[in-house]
Design a protein around this ligand. Structure first.
Ligand SMILES: Nc1nc2c(ncn2[C@@H]2O[C@H](COP(=O)(O)OP(=O)(O)OP(=O)(O)O)[C@@H](O)[C@H]2O)c(=O)[nH]1
Ligand SMILES: [Mg+2]
Length: 452
């Protein structure tokens, strides 16, 4: 983005398509005046109080009515962006919105980049970077659990936690820096042992946050579950049974499923994306071969792999070893289908289901939950991280802290320790955007939609 943050920006904030109303958002210094030049109502927009709504009409340059509108005005700093802003509600029409945008462009307004409103909210100190990221997560949330996680982050749970860790760090650094100021005098002001204890406390807290990523990621992105197995064992039937509808074609002919079929279900508010794949076998059919290749690729990307067999066949050892080359053992769940035909479990470790009668499905779902760390502890108001960027920054911070502890143990000069602590603090600062670069910002805000 090479645009200036001082420009007045505008964008359609509602989704494309037909709806009752559409909303255009305008923000920037003097934006009310720009909109006012296109608007006629009972009063000038310049005379209005913040957070009030007014009826009027927007006119084209040639004086033609574009639409009846309701205009809301927000005065700085009490707006989403922190700047003077206007929202124009029009009849729900893409065409009207485009015409109004074209009209605004004639009044020194430019089209906004993706996420530019939220970027300005960040730059103007309305929200920190982790809260800006929560805005994207809120928009993308598809289950109540992910919405709740994103909501907590927007409400500042994570920001507060990071702030308190940074404060603890700053306290330890300043003690060491004080010591450095008086280095000549050979008096020991600071007990290095005490500083070390403090740092170790911070490391424990950071590690707790890093651990929360497992559950945080599941809550935010859902769990990819891939069902694999030999042809005809009932993979498609299992998918249908889980989503409670006849989604994938089922037949007694081996090799029925060729492409990957994806369905989503919500279990305890967490999104499970279930993938049914082509049965893996040696085949000379080109289409089926491609299907088998895709099954393998899906396994590589999976969070959990269900290796399905059926009561009529022996355990597919060959497939199991092949899976171990594509994924880790902990992600594989072995299940036997068609237990309605025979009621004996073949192997101790395997659980049985019947996609036909539904027997064992409840226990299977329970196992999926357990394996994906879905637990009730999330309902506690703990800070949880769900973003890889945050996890990486926390790991970086912990590494610097571990280094500082080693420096203390080795009785290195306070200068070394001080540098490590500052690096650790900066890494934490990256999460909330205290320390940032244009690249980081552009990367984050380009994930937004236009108008947000
Ligand atoms: N008795 C019984 N039959 C089942 C069960 N699950 C599936 N079947 C039958 O097994 C056959 C194969 O089922 P599918 O779901 O198509 O199997 P698949 O693993 O998807 O097969 P491919 O797509 O060819 O790899 C069908 O005739 C199903 O009706 C079950 O639990 N019990
Ligand atoms: Mg199938």
């Amino acid at each position: 983005m090479n645009f200036s943050n001082n420009d007045i920006i505008a964008a359609i904030a509602t989704p494309l398509g037909v709806g009752a109303i559409s909303v255009i958002r305008v923000s920037g210094y003097d934006s009310i005046s720009s909109v006012n030049k296109t608007f006629k109502g009972t009063r000038s927009l310049l005379d209005l109080k913040s957070h009030t709504i007014h009826y009027g009409k927007i006119f084209s340059v040639k004086g033609r009515v574009i639409d009846d509108v309701l205009v809301s005005v927000f005065k700085s700093p009490n707006s989403y962006t922190g700047e003077e802003s206007v929202e124009i509600s029009t009849h729900g029409s893409q065409l009207i919105c485009n015409n109004i945008l074209e009209r605004l462009v004639c009044e020194d307004v430019r089209l906004a980049e993706p996420g530019e409103f939220t970027k300005r909210a960040f730059l103007n100190g309305k929200i920190d970077l982790s809260q800006a990221e929560a805005v994207i997560d809120i928009i993308n949330s598809r289950t109540n659990a992910s919405l709740k996680g994103a909501r907590n982050q927007l409400d500042g749970f994570l920001s507060q936690k990071i702030d308190s860790l940074r404060k603890m760090l700053i306290d330890s650094s300043s003690l060491i820096e004080l010591e450095l100021d008086f280095a000549e005098e050979e008096i020991e002001f600071v007990s290095y042992e005490k500083v070390k204890q403090e740092i170790e406390k911070i490391i424990v807290e950071i590690n707790k946050l890093i651990d929360s990523y497992k559950i945080g990621k599941v809550i935010r992105d859902g769990v990819n579950v891939v069902i694999v197995g030999k042809p005809n064992v009932g993979k498609s039937s299992l998918l249908n049974c889980l989503v409670k509808e006849s989604r994938a074609i089922v037949s007694h002919i081996p090799g029925t499923t060729r492409d990957i079929i994806k369905e989503e279900i919500s279990i305890d508010g967490v999104l499970f994306k279930i993938f049914d794949t082509a049965g893996i076998r040696i085949t000379h059919n080109e289409v089926e071969k491609e299907g088998v290749l895709r099954s393998r690729k899906a396994v590589e990307d999976a969070d959990l792999v269900v290796l399905l067999s059926d009561v009529g066949s022996t355990f597919p050892e060959d497939l199991y070893s092949e899976l171990l080359e594509l994924t880790t053992e902990g992600k594989i769940i072995t299940i036997i289908n068609k237990i309605d035909l025979e009621n004996e479990a073949i192997k101790d470790k395997t659980s049985g289901v019947s996609a036909k009668t539904g027997e064992g499905i409840k226990e299977f779902v329970e196992l999926l939950k357990q394996k994906s760390f879905v637990s009730d502890s999330f309902s506690e108001k703990n800070a949880i991280i769900s973003n890889l960027r945050h996890k990486t920054a926390l790991e970086k911070s912990a590494d610097h802290l571990i280094k500082s502890v080693k420096s203390i143990d080795n009785k290195f000069s306070g200068e070394f320790i001080s540098v490590d602590l500052r690096n650790a603090e900066n890494a934490l600062g990256e999460i909330i955007g205290k320390v940032t670069t244009d690249d980081i910002l552009n990367n984050i805000f380009s994930q937004f939609c236009i108008g947000k």
